[in-house]
Design a protein around this ligand. Structure first.
Ligand code: PGA
Length: 233
């Protein structure tokens, strides 16, 4: 099933989360829709989507199980409020919070132990792309970040070139296919593309060979854009 995942990042409020979720709920689609609201609105969205096929996920989780970790949210807590998924290794966490492959690996293990499925993000900077180093960079993120128990059932890979996230600059189909072809040789997991996917760019991006879905930021909080992507129009 084609996956359309919406990462709301640190956006919206209770009213707009309510409205957006209700609009998404009303759409009939064969796609697998997964919403990643901020922690504060997870319960609200869980409640609104309870009788639908829409799945819910957290944007991050702690590597710790529980205890004195002020401000952190555990994978068990995500599970408890109805999450099935969690995003781990997003470039904004890697860069803004200095998350290393080692830390990401611990988070992933903790998430799996709690029974969550992980959307595991990888991606290269523009500098790394220009130095022709992409596949090595991605391979290192995967080798050091994935755990031994990561498999096709509990881990989805999301390839998001950092230079394409929130910039309006999408990767070319050939650029993504080069990465996907290489990843598919080693990993049997589903692979998503992310980076400036919107109602316009998605038409072309859908042609990517072996594409299992999209991880969408900016366009996932705009009702019209997200609906058009889901409806394929
Ligand atoms: P974007 O974000 O769609 O706004 O580029 C994608 C992401 O960060 O997952």
């Amino acid at each position: 099933m084609f996956i359309v995942a919406g990462n709301w990042k640190m956006n919206l409020n209770s009213e707009s989360s309510y409205e957006l979720t209700n609009s998404i709920k009303s759409i009939e689609t064969k796609d697998k829709v997964i919403l990643f609201p901020p922690f504060t609105y997870l319960s609200l969205v869980a409640h609104l989507t309870a009788t639908t096929n829409i799945s819910l996920g957290g944007q991050n989780c702690s590597e710790e199980e529980k205890g004195a970790f002020t401000g952190d949210v555990s994978s068990e807590m995500l599970k408890d409020v109805g999450c099935e998924y969690v995003i781990i290794g997003h470039s904004e966490r890697r860069h803004n919070h200095n998350e290393t492959n080692e830390l990401i690996n611990k988070k992933l293990k903790r998430a799996h132990d709690s029974g969550l499925k992980v959307i595991f993000c990888i991606g290269e900077t523009l500098e790394q792309r220009e130095s022709g180093n992409i596949l090595n960079v991605l391979e290192k993120q995967l080798e050091e970040g994935l755990t031994i128990d990561s498999n096709v059932d509990n881990t989805i890979i999301a390839y998001e070139p950092i230079w394409a996230i929130g910039t309006g600059r999408t990767a070319k189909i050939e650029e993504v296919e080069e990465v996907f072809d290489s990843l598919k040789k080693t990993y049997k997991n589903k692979i998503l593309y992310g980076g400036s996917v919107n109602e316009e760019t998605c038409k072309d991006l859908k042609k990517i060979n072996n594409l299992d879905g999209f991880l969408i930021g900016g366009a996932s909080i705009k009702v019209d854009s997200f609906l058009k992507i889901i409806k394929n129009i």
